[in-house]
Design a protein around this ligand. Structure first.
Ligand SMILES: *[C@@H]1O[C@H](CO)[C@@H](O)[C@H](O)[C@H]1NC(C)=O
Ligand SMILES: *[C@@H]1O[C@H](CO)[C@@H](O)[C@H](O)[C@H]1NC(C)=O
Length: 327
């Protein structure tokens, strides 16, 4: 534990005062999803994530991990990776029959989905935290603590039944505990080091505006689209002058296929109230140069700038020619 913290400290120091990206926590977590269509047909999905970035997939046919990044093994050798692979395999092979056998007892109604997510987090200065949860239809039923499963809400008799059964598997629970407390943080530190360049990559957003008269003819929905940025934290607002428009609303920040992010920011206004509105985008990749997009393109003012620059230029040129002629 102490060793881990010292190593983490060293890693954080090595990352240098490199902006705030790595003063926040980092985490590794796996997600397992089993979708039970009916008594005989289930589909399994597995994935592994370093913070927001997917680094592992699961090949159900061959029962093996898919390494999605060149550095997905972190500093683990193949033997250490096998330990993680075995855990995924156990979830994919052992879990579905267990659930199916008890589905009616636990009142799981087809079609349904169970999700298991687990992993570890490292907080700079605060050490580590581990977690493992079991959810049915997106609602957490159980969580794993200190070698055993516990119901997530007290008095849930179904969850108590499930814990009773799962806690008979002493050996599996011991292995799970070791994976969470020992293997996961070691793996995470290696990943963090190996994937730093990808994690710290800065990609500038592109932004554009659109409008819709959705709410009615006299009202307008203004949309500011911001896409292709990395890392995820971003600030986007509709403004007028220095005033942030309080009714600005924001979609979730969604992933693009290339690992960058996408976002929409909305403002509903009276059609007559649009003058002077602009969308402002602030992001760490922009180095303080915010993107500013005005709703009305100020063509006229841009035109005046051109005139203001061109007229003196023409005059100067004319003057120069005039002088040359005289000489
Ligand atoms: C189970 O679901 C699968 C996929 O939807 C379907 O092909 C199959 O016929 C179903 N089996 C039964 C017994 O209903
Ligand atoms: C975990 O279990 C061990 C032994 O069963 C016990 O000594 C310890 O206090 C427990 N820790 C927590 C946080 O519950």
């Amino acid at each position: 534990m102490l060793f881990l913290q010292i190593t983490l400290l060293a890693v954080l120091l090595a990352a240098g005062g490199n902006e705030d990206a790595f003063r926040e926590q980092i985490s590794f977590h796996m997600i397992h999803i089993s979708s039970f269509h009916n008594h005989s047909w289930a589909q399994n999905l597995g994935s592994g994530w370093l913070s927001e970035l997917q680094i592992l997939g699961w090949n159900s046919n061959s029962g093996s991990l898919i390494f999605l990044r060149p550095w997905s093994k972190g500093n683990f050798n193949n033997k250490e990776m096998t330990e993680i692979e075995k855990f995924f395999r156990m979830l994919h092979i052992k879990l579905p029959p267990l659930i199916r056998n008890h589905a009616s007892e636990w009142k799981f109604e087809y079609p349904f989905e169970v999700q298991i997510t687990g992993g570890c987090e490292l907080h700079p200065g605060e050490g580590k935290a581990v977690f493992l949860q079991f959810a049915y239809q997106g609602v957490e039923l159980l969580n794993f603590q200190n070698n055993s499963w516990l119901p997530s809400s007290k008095g849930d008799s179904r969850a108590q039944d499930m814990c009773g059964l799962l806690n008979q598997h002493h050996v599996a629970n011991k292995i799970t505990q070791r994976l969470l407390r020992d293997t996961c943080p070691r793996y995470l530190l290696g990943l963090f080091d190996a994937g730093k360049a990808d994690l710290q990559r800065k990609v500038k957003p592109e932004a554009w505006l659109s409008t819709a008269s959705n709410p009615g003819p006299d009202r307008q929905m203004l949309v500011c689209h911001v896409s292709g940025f990395h890392p995820k934290p971003i600030w986007v607002k509709w403004m007028r002058g220095e005033q942030v428009q309080q009714r600005t609303q924001q979609s979730g920040i969604l992933p693009n296929a290339d690992g960058t992010w996408y976002l929409q920011v909305f403002l509903q206004v009276e059609a007559t109230e649009t003058s002077g509105l602009y969308c402002r985008v602030r992001h760490s990749s922009l180095g303080g140069q915010d993107i500013i997009l005005y709703l009305e393109r100020h063509r006229s003012s841009r035109g005046w700038i051109i005139v203001a620059v061109m007229v003196p230029l023409v005059l100067l040129t004319a003057l120069a020619f005039g002088l040359r002629k005289r000489w």
